[in-house]
Design a protein around this ligand. Sequence first.
Ligand code: ADP
Length: 300
Amino acid sequence: QVVVVGSANVDLVVDVPRHPGGGETILGGDLRRNPGGKGANQAVGAARAGGAGTTFVGALGHDDAADLLLASLDGAGVRTDLVERVDVPTGTALITVSPDGENAIVVAPGANSHVRVGAAQAARIAAADVVLAQLEIPLDVVRAAAAARRPAALLVLNAAPSRDLPRDVWDAIDVLVVNEHEAADLAGATGDADPSTLAALLLERVPAVVVTLGREGGLVAERRADGPLLTTVPATPVEAVDTTGAGDTFCGVLAAALARGADLPDAARLAAAAGALAVTRPGAQDAVPDAADVVALAQR
Ligand code: ADP
């Protein structure tokens, strides 16, 4: 079983000829309304990866955005019975996309600031093999989720968006998943340290690190009795259409594979194939591939 604790947002997306400056109004294309948010995206990723039951612990408002998110989560087979409804608008991301594909994003956290690990959520977490969290929710929620898990369960933290982490949160992490920018931030690295240097630095704080490297694949670093073990995760060449949600798909599929008992390098290979497929499709949750397609690509 996987429990994903995190954010859910409605993504309001508009294509623009260029990003507006202060005080400026510009006309864009038609509005798209997509289910998103790192937590909800990752829950969809884990559920579509199949095999493990996936629960999403999050908070939504009483609005159309909440309905959109619940339909997407339910449609992917995520258990949503522990999602709480609060009197605050559902989290919303305002996204403009320029012709070169660059995003400018403002997030209004809304209900995501009210995610809670109450007794029911703690009980579900206590039954999980893997607890997956990100940093779009208050750190106290991550702490509470970590505290509720069984000793044998893994806490996988996707430290995105990256921020300084207190010592007790570092100590709770079993597997840290970061992209190259987040790795540099968290490692406090200056200049252009290469990914294996960043992974080695982070391995001083957590027992295992996965660094995702976009089109280059990724890197797994594990602490072992005889020293650090680094494994390269090969890239899967694909035609990129929309990279939104690649990292979230990666995290969800990784968590599901770990819950099924895969070792970290194998789980990361599967996750990378899923991430690659996700970039071939538009949207975030809508772009998450099915398990069979991922396995076929990973074995190619
Ligand atoms: P994030 O979206 O968090 O920055 P990445 O861009 O590193 O994360 O993407 C996560 C994973 O998705 C990568 O490790 C890789 O496996 C896959 N991926 C992302 N972009 C591409 C791409 N252009 N081609 C192939 N695989 C990709």
